[in-house]
Design a protein around this ligand. Structure first.
Ligand SMILES: *Cc1c(COP(=O)(O)O)cnc(C)c1O
Length: 386
């Protein structure tokens, strides 16, 4: 086993200790569905690739190590990971979700799990006292994001975990926006961490993947059973790509965050900008709590322009920054939550939780900050209604 103390090293060396057969420093891509058995009942620990595959296993071990958990699971997408985790529940159970979560998380609860009698309610998880009152006997879990998508609302992860544990229920954290490099929810008491690894973990906008990590043997066994039974597993080649992406997570995120801080500063100073949502700003309502539980404010920024700027013209005038769904890629990506990532949330709920039609969500890439800011500045100026 390689010796190291820091997560920067774990990103590179976790999960795989070299290939004894060849010395390969990278995990081989075991592109196989099955494994020949020596005789009846005698095999090398691998039977069928839905159940287990060595490339996927290296990734699962890596993410468990990074999040400080006992077991990791890799899925075909973030939504497949979330679906597997929600499959732990049964008819009559209710899940509380924080008031801004990823649109797809809302949709799968509202349109899929609802059909099986698993209900949900949307609550403000930043207010622990009021949340505590919402935990009725049918509530079996709380699913949160911090910072939450797309308003970067910060929830006190430790306070939520302490609260839900008093009720004997589970705390589930979608850690996509922060990654274990910036925030480790299991260490703050969460029971399950989920990821859309499509975003920062993969980091190159070249794959769709999801992960789940737990610290408890019993939960690990149940999720392993669901993963094998429902079968939404990550393929060997994608597992390899994700491991490769994770190796550079630390250096990428350092630059992403640096750029985000510079861009947030530009946006705050701009007289075209009505509001900036970024927990890395000392003026942000989530700043103090975020500082307590995460390394920094992360790299995701949302903002609103004043009404005398035309949002359609703004998006059209961007040249470097790509108008696209997704986030966390090395290239800057920008989106309009109301019509894109959060369109599956009905208009009334969007208004209620503050996802206005003027909201813009930016995922700064690792280009030079000045180039990103120039692009924003040009587009903002062009979009001004004369
Ligand atoms: C993208 C995203 C998801 C869904 O993941 P996919 O990989 O697209 O299935 C879930 N949660 C958050 C916070 C996301 O950004």
């Amino acid at each position: 086993m390689k010796q190291y103390k820091h997560i920067e090293s774990a990103l590179l060396h976790g999960g795989f200790d070299g290939d004894p057969a060849t010395g390969s420093v990278n995990v081989p891509i075991y592109q196989t569905s099955t494994y020949e058995q020596e005789e009846l009942g005698k095999h090398k620990g691998w039977e069928y690739s839905r159940t287990g595959n060595p490339t996927r296993a290296a990734l699962e071990k890596l993410i468990a190590e990074l999040e400080g958990g006992k077991a990791g699971f890799a899925f075909a997408s973030g939504m497949a990971a979330i679906t597997a985790v929600l499959s732990l529940f049964r008819t009559g159970d209710k899940i509380i979700i924080s008031s801004n979560v990823y649109g797809g998380t809302f949709r799968v609860l509202d349109k899929v799990f609802n059909n099986f009698g698993i209900t949900y309610s949307i609550e403000d998880t930043t207010d622990i006292d009021s949340l505590n009152k919402k935990i009725t006997p049918d509530v079996k879990a709380i699913l949160i994001e911090s910072p939450a998508n797309p308003l970067m609302t910060v929830t006190d992860l430790k306070a939520v975990s302490d609260t839900v544990h008093r009720h004997g229920i589970l705390s589930i954290v979608d850690n996509t926006f922060m990654t274990p490099y910036l925030q480790r929810p299991l260490e703050l008491g969460a029971d399950i961490v989920i990821h859309s690894a499509t975003k920062y973990l993969g980091g190159h906008s070249d794959l769709v993947a999801g992960l789940a990590v737990v610290n408890d043997e019993n939960l690990a066994e149940r999720i392993a059973f669901i993963q094998n039974s429902t079968g939404g597993v990550l393929q060997p080649f994608d597992s390899f790509l994700l491991i490769k992406g994770i190796k550079t997570l630390g250096v990428r995120l350092d630059r992403h965050v640096l750029n985000a801080e510079k861009i947030a500063d530009y946006l705050v100073k701009s007289d075209a900008v009505k509001k900036v949502y970024y927990p890395g700003l000392p003026t942000d309502p989530g700043f103090e709590i975020n500082k307590k539980q995460a390394k920094n404010g992360g790299a995701m920024i949302s903002f609103e322009l004043f009404e005398n700027y035309d949002i359609k013209t703004f998006f059209k005038s961007l040249n470097l920054i790509a108008l696209a769904e997704s986030l966390g890629g090395v290239e800057s990506l920008i989106c309009h939550p109301a019509s894109m990532t959060h369109a599956s949330i009905p208009y009334e709920i969007r208004q209620k939780v503050g996802i206005t039609d003027g909201l813009i969500r930016l995922s700064p890439g690792i280009e030079h900050a000045e180039d990103i800011i120039s692009d924003l500045d040009r587009a903002i100026k062009t979009s001004k209604i004369k």
